[in-house]
Write a protein that binds this ligand. Structure first.
Ligand SMILES: Cc1ncc(C[n+]2csc(CCOP(=O)(O)OP(=O)(O)O)c2C)c(N)n1
Length: 663
């Protein structure tokens, strides 16, 4: 279909007006991108993208990710014009309490917003992840007769995104993986926030992406026809490479007083908009959209609807011919998990003494079999993290059905990509590295938590028990540092059966991410506690692992590899001692008060906690009267067992702490 440049140009002007009025009304926000990229928005939402506002979750829609999330008014204007459930009233309430137009795009808050963006660069990683998921979906669900998946992933990123390391990691991975369904548009406007971009960058970005393995196009982003032609060339390219479009734009176009300078980036241009709207041809009426533009989009929706209905027909044919595949896809889309997942994991032999990372490897296999949409990956550490799905192969350009992703040494990129796979809405992603490198992942983990994505992190080498690699590789503050992220479950299982419970809990969770922290070193099975109690105890976050045999006097709390010391101490201390295993504090806080009080009776205030990590967080459980045996310093380079003993991670330390309370 030919491009209607006249009406799309008018739509671009009116979208500029919406951004101006919204940012002016909110007295905050970012005008530069919505104004500079208005023509790009008009081409994408007014013509080039496949989507259907009445069914924003349509699985074969093109995904559009605004990585430069500060330009949120760009997205909101176009989603409004496109006909998503985002009425003009919401545009007027830009950045206000409980509006559908938050400061930066938030997944789940606004129909049509595909990813929570704002921390620059993350959206590029998300888009790469979506492109991975979409390739997987094509490989696993399309048949010769019915290609139900053929959508593109389109991402708009600015200088800021492309300066960020996470975008470089993800983009390089995307090039290596030949993700030819990815179209990355670079809003190249020579401006960042503080200054002209040349003050902080002098690389040739186009050449950089060529080197990553992208086809590179350069176009004037203000030229509707030129941009459309370039976009189409990228969309239909047959080179097998991802596409990088350098769109040269004028930041803040429409406010000549600031356009092309850093003053245009934020709300600096607001004071000129009343005068400049006239020059643009906009009436005095604020939040103005002409009848013709609304009518154009209403007409365009009919075109999109036909495309959607054609697809539904194709889908029905596919579904009839492939009922099993259709049922699987349905389970993925609706995030259905068998309630008896944990029972698919065989019990460990009672005499085994293995590291929980090894236990994790063992339990991952039946989980991956029970949940065919689970995807795994490791940042070049499969040999240590042991999370390879053994019945499956690598994901790569030759095998898009592979369920194991080799991310390379790109932890941050990996986690942004995992988020993208989750956003895509079919697969359940998991990824692995050493726990100490969670700091390299944290911005993406935080966003997974904010967006409530069901991502599973399998992070191993969870304490100073790592040993010889020394303090650089020995987490001490990491586990507690992760526990403070809202909506993130951190599970540190205390033996292989708790590990089984941890994996079942993590892969059953649909409303947020879970991080499982596993040991490098072998630890014993706690056979004193029945298998079901340990597994179910993890689901609840904490449970009584050893019950007192006389009047309750002391509670010892423990997690991970320190559970063994707590149980040993209890044996030596005698009758009035209870041990509570606390594999996941977040899950425990979600239990009702009755259960929490049953496990930790408030009347018992003599409490000792032990964990091979910083102590602060444990005071919420032991209170002012309690003691914490922990490690408030960095570790040391020596064999793991020696380091543990040297730093007091022993039953003896627990006994002494208890005695100091009961003396
Ligand atoms: C990780 C991160 N660091 C810093 C910021 C603050 N910030 C928002 S936009 C921006 C400049 C972005 O420049 P560019 O992508 O060129 O955007 P433009 O000025 O073209 O709108 C900065 C530093 C952020 N949002 N995320």
């Amino acid at each position: 279909m030919p491009l209607d440049t006249k009406i799309l140009s008018q739509a671009a002007t009116e979208a500029r007006g919406l951004a101006m009025d919204a940012v002016q009304a909110a007295a905050s926000g970012h005008l530069g991108l919505p104004l500079g990229c208005a023509e790009i928005g008009a081409v994408l939402f007014g013509h080039a993208l496949s989507y259907f506002p009445e069914d924003p979750g349509w699985i074969n829609r093109d995904r559009f990710v605004l990585s430069a999330g500060h330009g949120s008014m760009f997205l909101y204007s176009w989603l409004h014009l496109a006909g998503y459930d985002l009425p003009i009233g919401e545009i007027k309430r830009f950045r206000q309490l409980h509006s559908k137009t938050p400061g930066h795009p938030e997944f789940g808050e606004t129909p049509g917003v595909e990813a929570t963006t704002g921390p620059l660069g993350q959206g590029v990683g998300n888009a790469v992840g979506m492109a991975v998921a979409s390739k997987m979906a094509e490989a696993r669900f399309n048949t010769k007769e019915h290609a139900i998946f053929d959508h593109k992933i389109v991402c708009l990123a600015g200088d800021g995104c492309l300066q960020e390391g996470v975008a470089s990691e993800a983009a390089a991975f995307g090039g290596h993986q030949k993700l030819d369904n990815l179209i990355l548009i670079y809003d190249s406007n020579d401006v960042t926030l503080d200054a002209m971009a040349k003050m902080s960058q002098s690389e040739d970005t186009a050449e950089r992406f060529r080197a990553y393995g992208y086809d590179v196009h350069i176009v004037n982003g203000q030229d509707l026809e030129g941009f459309f032609a370039t976009f189409e060339a990228a969309k239909y390219a047959t080179t097998g490479k991802p596409q990088f479009i350098v769109a040269r734009t004028l930041i803040g176009k429409g406010i000549p007083e600031v356009a092309g300078t850093q003053k245009a980036h934020g709300e600096g241009g607001v004071k000129y908009v009343d005068a400049d709207r006239k020059t643009l041809g906009l009436p005095d009426e604020k939040f103005y959209v002409s009848k013709e533009v609304y009518e154009y989009f209403a007409g365009h929706r009919q075109v999109l609807k036909q495309r959607y209905l054609d697809w539904q027909e194709k889908y029905s044919g596919w579904k009839n011919a492939n009922p099993d595949l259709a049922a699987l896809l349905d389970r993925g889309v609706h995030r259905e998990i068998p309630p008896d997942l944990v029972s698919k994991i065989p019990a460990f032999p009672k005499d085994s003494k293995i590291a929980t990372r090894k236990a994790g490897s063992d339990v991952l296999q039946p989980i991956a079999e029970a949940l065919p949409l689970v995807i795994g990956g490791s940042a070049d550490l499969y040999g240590s993290t042991l999370n390879y799905i053994q019945a499956e192969k690598d994901f790569n350009p030759e095998n898009r059905s592979g369920r194991n992703i080799r991310f390379g040494i790109r932890e941050h990129g990996m986690c942004a990509i995992l988020n993208g796979i989750a956003y895509h809405g079919i697969f359940v992603p998991s990824g692995a590295t050493f726990l100490v490198f969670a700091d390299y992942c944290r911005p993406s983990i935080r966003l997974a938590s904010l967006a409530r994505l069901p991502v599973v992190y399998i992070f191993t080498h969870d304490s100073v028990g790592v040993g010889e690699d020394g303090p650089t590789h020995q987490p001490v503050e990491t586990v507690s540092g992760l526990r403070v992220i809202p909506h993130l479950d951190v599970i540190r299982p205390g033996d292989p059966e708790e590990t089984a419970g941890a994996f079942a809990a993590a892969f059953s969770r649909t409303d947020g991410p879970t991080l499982i922290a596993l040991t490098r070193q072998a630890i014993p099975l706690q056979n004193e506690v029945p298998v079901e109690v340990r597994r179910e105890g993890v689901r609840k976050g904490a449970y009584v692992a050893h019950k007192e045999t006389a009047k309750l006097e002391v509670i010892i709390l423990a997690t991970g590899s320190e559970l063994q010391h707590a149980l040993n101490a209890a044996k030596q201390l005698g009758d009035g001692v209870r041990v509570v295993s606390v594999p996941c504090t977040e899950r425990f806080w979600r239990q009702d008060e009755g259960y929490r009080d049953e496990v930790l009776p408030p009347s018992c205030r003599k409490r000792v906690a032990i964990e091979a990590g910083v102590t602060a967080l444990w005071y919420q459980f032991v209170g002012l009267d309690g003691k914490v045996v922990g490690i408030d310093r960095f570790g040391m380079s020596a064999p793991g067992g020696k380091v543990m003993t040297e730093l007091g991670m022993t039953a003896e330390s627990v006994i002494q702490a208890v005695k100091s309370l009961t003396a």
